[in-house]
Design a protein around this ligand. Structure first.
Ligand code: GLP
Length: 244
């Protein structure tokens, strides 16, 4: 879907999320959201905050699972995805604290594998993800699934690509401060979501978006795995769609 600008696109996505939350609330059921940090979803979260403040959208029946986190990373750290989510959404709406799930960047390395398995189980116990939001990195990563991540990959620790670390460097005041690893849901985990919205805005995303849409499905560009998901949609502005 190509929108004139990112704001229109973000409002449309927020409205679809709000529709899901309200329809589930009417049936006394939960809505399970897969959420992402980064610049791409900022306006979606802003619109959800507005819908909560001005139109009474309640998040009391919402369960969330975040996609990824740097490793190691403390939750309070300026660059943590946990802090990002609290600042942009969770602290402004009536979420139940126990319904928020964020990958933990503070674990001892030997605990990570079991933790990742438990994260997958919690998603399953929640009934699976209804709507998954994604961004995309210049390497074609979704979450932190760097090139080489296959469609069967699950939640795990991953080593970040050099390009991803360079792209994150301004947030960390220098590439040498960017963690070398991350915990991410796998491509296989993402593909189990019922509906997926990949958000990409701006000219900088245009070439990887063209490869995602027109390239061969291959682990070298993990985002191409979305080609086979019947409920996956790319939400673009005109600049991001320019090379298609
Ligand atoms: C990061 C995250 C992704 C995110 C992507 C794009 O590295 N791991 O989950 O979607 O890069 O970020 P942005 O939306 O800021 O362009």
């Amino acid at each position: 879907r190509i929108y004139p600008d990112s704001r229109d696109a973000s409002v449309a996505v927020a409205n679809e999320i709000a529709r899901l939350i309200r329809s589930r609330a009417a049936e006394s059921r939960t809505a399970v959201l897969g959420l992402v940090a980064g610049s791409s979803p900022v306006d979606v979260y802003a619109e959800l905050r507005r819908l909560h403040a001005e139109e009474g959208l309640s998040f009391a029946n919402v369960v969330t699972f975040n996609l990824d986190e740097y490793y190691p990373m403390s939750a309070e750290c300026l660059q943590s995805h946990s802090r990002f989510m609290h600042e942009h959404l969770f602290d402004h709406v009536d979420m139940v604290a126990e319904n928020i799930h964020l990958p933990d960047g503070t674990l001892q390395p030997e605990c990570v594998a079991d933790y990742c398995l438990a994260y997958e189980q919690r998603i399953e116990e929640a009934g699976g993800i209804d709507i998954q939001l994604l961004g995309i990195g210049r390497t074609g990563h979704i979450g932190f699934n760097e090139p080489g991540s296959g469609t069967d990959s699950r939640t795990r620790m991953i080593t970040l690509d050099g390009m991803t670390r360079i792209d994150s460097s301004s947030n960390f005041f220098g590439v040498e401060n960017v963690p070398r690893r991350a915990i991410t849901m796998g491509v296989g985990t993402i593909l189990q979501a019922k509906k997926i919205f990949l958000l990409a805005f701006g000219e900088g995303k245009s070439s990887i978006i063209a490869r995602t849409v027109e390239g061969e499905l291959a682990p070298s560009v993990p985002a191409t795995s979305l080609q086979e998901h019947p409920g996956a949609e790319l939400i673009l502005d005109e600049a991001a769609s320019a090379a298609i």
